[in-house]
Ligand binder design. Structure first.
Ligand code: C2E
Ligand code: CA
Ligand code: CA
Length: 612
């Protein structure tokens, strides 16, 4: 039986809810930790407007582990993950039975490792998970224990109105003292002594309440590549430089702003808007003061930053909204140039919302098997016959209808969902390759697109091997397409992967050739089988154009290097003829065949066999 199940009380009948909420809000304001209540097996969040993203980082297994500790009569339970996350659970007893359990949202008990952060890259709000040292965590647990005894008293005395009981008021005040103690450690950044996020939130609230008619700006500053500073000069030096930068910025806003440090290399500046300056001018001032060479201990260190900006009241009247929106703008700025800033726009938020909904749908799609592979024929020009296929993914979503890869692959890459999707594609194409062979169809191979995110995973080759083992497919019937720019991205590592694939007997094609680096120079060092000339070249091939000449040269060069050449996106007969004259080996495109279901591709193969 789970703790608390047999207690049929209604939560609100035994607890003065407003007081209880005040305690929890106070605790959140101080610590950035949301307390969730487990009562009768239900998890209740008394402040749904607080960062729901934080609550997403809850995992059932941790709760179960915590409850196990509580059942073993521990005063509280703690669950830690290797990645640095930690959760605390604390029971509140009534007549020796656990009545409710208070669970905290996630806390980092150490700086999270970069792999973990990368896997959560899609989440904008991961930064909101507070990082606490052991010392602070002990303090926090103490506060929680005191809070729980107070609540136990409230309940066991069956007192609804806390004000009517002097003893309890005394306790409540004592608790507030405790909070004040924590304030010292909870409000300031240990390294720079600047205020931290919690303090800033309070200050923002206070200043806005004092002058609600004023315009305020929040700058969210992130330094780029600060890791390099630590790597080159050591952490101690990095810490000193951060302190120096923090203090210089503080001086800059001495009169009309507050500067906080909110993460390893992130600062927030909150200030009243200067009437004589535009928002852009204000941003430029901050940018100019941060960017450039910083001098410390005789070293010259180049620093560049990105800044996200949001404005009260234009971008929200709630501080949490202003705060979140500056973070959204920062992320947008990071997608662009270094040394730049972005001012928040509502469309940025809408995009994120749309993306997060799409992400949810993609996750469901994987589970519910909504993906389908289509196959586009590739024709051998000389034989005038279909000899191979490219597998192209389609998504048949019950909610969104048919979704093309252009609409979801990049998001799947951002969220790493492309890894399980890519694995599904690989398995599906391998299984199809066997089916067609078993049906006696003659074809050379099925070509599979592989994303850069898949290649970056260390276990890509293992995944490929295990699928061949599992399905019994013949590696000779599979070609892998890697985009030219992706190969160049980390040439050395990818060369090793290509080598491994080749050793297994898999063919490798360089996709979208010409769209990126057009690195003819590198061609000789990459052991590929095929070059796929990008559609943009084929589009211009019929005119007496640059594209026409280049295509001819690529084909000649490739042939000298004993590589096959396939032209992509061939739509009209003239393009086909022109490619035939140029001795291109294969074509793929609407002219000859659109991507089709496996069943239709099978029929095409069957008809081809009839021709033979
Ligand atoms: P891609 O690898 O360059 O694939 C060729 C794209 O061109 C396909 O679009 C195909 O339908 C389209 N196409 C083929 N012939 C013609 C033509 O004559 N005219 C025009 N206008 N288009 C033509 P699709 O299927 O929408 O896929 C788009 C991209 O999505 C692919 O570009 C590929 O980068 C990615 N993708 C598709 N399937 C997968 C997959 O299974 N895994 C991964 N990682 N990426 C995939
Ligand atoms: Ca492709
Ligand atoms: Ca392509």
């Amino acid at each position: 039986m789970r703790v608390g199940v047999n207690m049929e009380f209604k939560f609100s009948e035994f607890i003065d809810l407003p007081k209880f909420k005040a305690l929890i809000k106070n605790f959140y304001d101080l610590t950035g930790i949301i307390c969730l209540i487990e009562h009768n097996e239900k998890i209740i969040n008394l402040f749904p407007k607080y960062n729901n993203e934080l609550i997403r980082f809850r995992f059932d297994d941790y709760d179960k582990y915590i409850i196990k500790q509580i059942k073993n009569k521990k005063k509280y339970g703690i669950a830690k993950s290797k990645s640095g996350l930690m959760y605390i659970g604390l029971p509140i007893y009534v007549e020796k039975e656990s009545f409710i359990t208070i669970f905290t949202s996630a806390i980092f008990y150490k700086e999270p490792d970069s792999d973990f952060l990368n896997s959560l890259k899609s989440s904008n709000f991961i930064k909101d998970i507070p990082v606490y040292s052991n010392e602070k965590i002990t303090e926090i647990i103490k506060i929680m224990c005191n809070t729980s005894s107070l609540i136990e008293n409230m309940i066991s005395n069956h007192i609804k109105d806390i004000n009517s009981n002097l003893k309890l008021i005394e306790n409540f005040n004592k608790l507030t003292d405790d909070y004040n103690n924590v304030k010292k450690i909870a409000y300031y950044d240990e390294l720079t002594n600047l205020p931290n996020r919690n303090y800033l939130k309070h200050e923002m609230e206070r200043q806005i309440n004092l002058n609600p008619e004023k315009t305020f700006i929040l700058f969210y500053v992130e330094m780029n590549d600060f890791k390099n500073v630590n790597d080159i000069y050591g952490y101690e030096y990095g810490d000193k430089l951060l302190t120096k930068i923090g203090n210089e910025v503080k001086k800059l806003y001495y009169e009309n702003g507050i500067v906080a440090r909110v993460g390893g290399k992130e600062f927030l500046v909150f200030k009243t808007k200067d009437d004589s300056k535009s928002l852009n001018e204000e941003a430029e001032i901050l940018l100019d003061n941060l960017n450039g060479i910083w001098y410390l201990n005789g070293n010259e260190v180049p620093i560049s930053v990105n800044i996200g900006i949001s404005v009260y009241p234009d971008d929200g009247t709630d501080i949490l909204d202003i705060y979140r929106n500056s973070d959204i703008a920062l992320n947008k700025s990071k997608c662009g140039e270094r040394n730049s800033y972005k001012v928040f726009k509502k469309s940025m938020y809408d995009d994120i919302l749309k993306k997060s909904q799409l992400e949810k749908e993609i996750r469901k799609a994987l589970k519910n098997e909504e993906f389908v592979l289509y196959y586009q024929p590739q024709m051998d020009i000389q034989l005038h016959r279909i000899v191979s296929f490219e597998a192209l993914i389609r998504w048949n979503s019950p909610k969104l209808g048919w979704v093309m890869p252009g609409e979801f692959i990049s998001l799947a890459e951002e969220t790493s969902l492309i890894v399980p999707i890519g694995e599904w594609v690989f398995r599906e194409a391998c299984e199809q390759s066997i089916k067609w062979k078993n049906e006696g169809y003659d074809y050379d191979f099925i070509s599979i697109n592989v994303s850069t995110v898949q290649l970056r995973k260390n276990n890509f080759i293992d995944m490929v091997k295990s699928i061949f083992k599992e399905t019994g497919a013949d590696p000779k019937l599979i070609e892998i397409e890697i985009t030219e720019s992706v190969v160049m991205e980390s040439l050395e590592k990818n060369l090793k992967i290509i080598d491994e694939l080749k050793k297994m007997g898999i063919r490798v094609a360089l996709d979208d050739f010409g769209s990126g680096y057009s690195s003819l120079n590198y061609l000789k060092s990459i052991p590929i089988n095929t070059i796929k000339i990008d559609k943009t070249f084929i589009d211009g091939i019929c005119k007496n154009s640059y594209e026409n000449i280049i295509t001819e040269q690529i084909i000649d060069l490739a042939h000298k290097m004993k590589l096959d050449v396939i032209a992509e996106g061939v739509e009209i007969e003239e393009q086909f003829r022109s490619l035939k004259i140029k001795n291109c080996n294969k074509i793929q495109g609407y002219y000859f065949g659109k991507p089709m279901t496996a069943k239709d591709a099978g029929i095409v193969l069957k008809n081809e066999e009839n021709i033979l």
